[in-house]
Design a protein around this ligand. Structure first.
Ligand SMILES: [Zn+2]
Length: 400
């Protein structure tokens, strides 16, 4: 027998689903509007235009909304909140308004639709995700759920260039929040992101001594030979089971075939899965300067592990279980993956706030001209996130 509560729940579920479906065309119109605003990371006016679009809509549903200009480059960032008393935010909605595409890209290939796919600069990374946030909040408002939640929205304008101006702001907002949802694209097949590698770049610079390679080799210190030994050492970082990767990607050194080179350089891309690896790797590079293979060569190192890894903990898995079971009820496959690429989720997760990424529109081919968003994921993602928010709100009501 179906209980009364269950019937009620199912009714409110189908009401919400119906409401979201009636707004599908509105989502597509909004999609066209914001994809057709050029907003590369260096286009502050474009980013601000995107921010103004959201500012209006968030204010319409009663969120306290503000656009600030962060850092010396005055990066436009949008903040909105609906807060209850002095409680932490139940959910932080995190996204970025900048794209990797240069100004003028929209004119070349504006928003377009072919079958189930929408195309255009930033369509899945991550203008579709920003709209999922907006339509979720509008749905929660319409369904009378917003008042049972404390939520905040942080949309920055410099993610694609490393979030230098917004990193601290994002981390301090995450510290005030119980959970963070990041709206980077959901992978095809409804695969979400719970784990991301962290990492950084290191540069090894070797100074040797120039000399004629034929006439007086004994007077030279071969910087390339010294660097070659260091490269072998660096490559050994890949040999243990820590899943850390250290890839020497760029090497320069030497000038003429008959001169012993006095300078050589290598760049190294390092990715780590566990935060403990940060110290081990940084210490490794520091000690690399101490024991030159060739007497008299000098080694200097630049760089550090800048992005911490996004590591799921027990609270993340618990949150994922809520999302997974909610998605299953809607009929979505629901899986999670680990990836080597970074997002601002690396920063929120490093504050200890459970973070789930890939909550945006389903799509693929980010940073490429064939980037697309799947139109049939619009209603599903808005419904999924709205229902997860409702479940969190209901939990709050029970605790009162
Ligand atoms: Zn992105």
């Amino acid at each position: 027998m179906v209980s009364q509560a269950e019937t009620l729940f199912k009714k409110s579920d189908s009401n919400m689903k119906h409401y979201i479906e009636t707004r599908h065309e509105k989502f597509v119109t909004d999609f066209q509007t914001i994809v057709n605003i050029d907003s590369s990371s260096d286009n502050k006016d474009g980013i601000e235009k995107v921010a103004r679009f959201f500012e209006d809509r968030f204010r319409n549903i009663g969120l306290d909304t503000e656009i600030s200009f962060l850092g010396k480059n005055k990066v436009p960032c949008l903040y909105a909140e609906h807060k209850q008393e002095n409680k932490p935010f139940d959910i932080m909605f995190l996204g970025h308004m900048d794209t990797v595409f240069p100004t003028g890209e929209v004119e070349k290939r504006p928003f377009s639709i072919k079958g189930n796919k929408a195309f255009g600069p930033g369509v899945c990374d991550m203008k579709g995700g920003l709209l999922v946030v907006l339509h979720v909040l509008e749905t929660l408002k319409h369904e009378g759920i917003l008042d049972s939640l404390s939520v905040c929205v942080a949309f920055n304008g410099d993610e694609e260039t490393g979030s230098n101006a917004s990193k601290e702001w994002i981390m301090s907002t995450a510290k005030k929040s119980l959970r963070t949802f990041v709206f980077e694209p959901c992978r095809p097949g409804y695969r979400f992101v719970l784990q991301r590698k962290g990492g950084g770049w290191f540069h090894v610079i070797v100074k040797g001594q120039e000399a004629h390679a034929g006439a007086d080799p004994e007077k030279g210190i071969n910087a390339v030979v010294e660097l070659a030994h260091k490269i072998v050492e660096i490559n050994k970082l890949n040999q243990n089971n820590t899943e850390t990767s250290a890839q020497v990607t760029v090497v320069t050194g030497g000038d003429k075939v008959n001169i012993i080179p006095n300078r050589a350089e290598a760049s190294v891309d390092v990715r780590i899965l566990k935060i403990e690896e940060k110290e081990r790797i940084e210490t490794f590079f520091k000690t690399l300067t101490e024991h030159p293979y060739l007497k008299g060569s000098e080694i200097t190192i630049q760089g550090s592990i800048k992005r911490p890894p996004m590591e799921p903990g027990d609270a993340t898995y618990k949150l994922w279980e809520l999302i997974r079971s909610t998605g299953k009820k809607i009929g979505l496959p629901m899986e999670w993956i680990s990836t080597g690429g970074c997002s601002d989720g690396n920063y929120t997760s490093a504050t200890g706030t459970p973070t789930i990424d890939g909550m945006g529109i389903v799509g693929a081919n980010s940073h490429r001209a064939d980037e697309y968003a799947a139109l049939d994921s619009i209603d599903n993602m808005v419904l999924l996130v709205s229902q997860v928010c409702r479940a969190i709100g209901e939990e709050n009501e029970l605790r009162r």
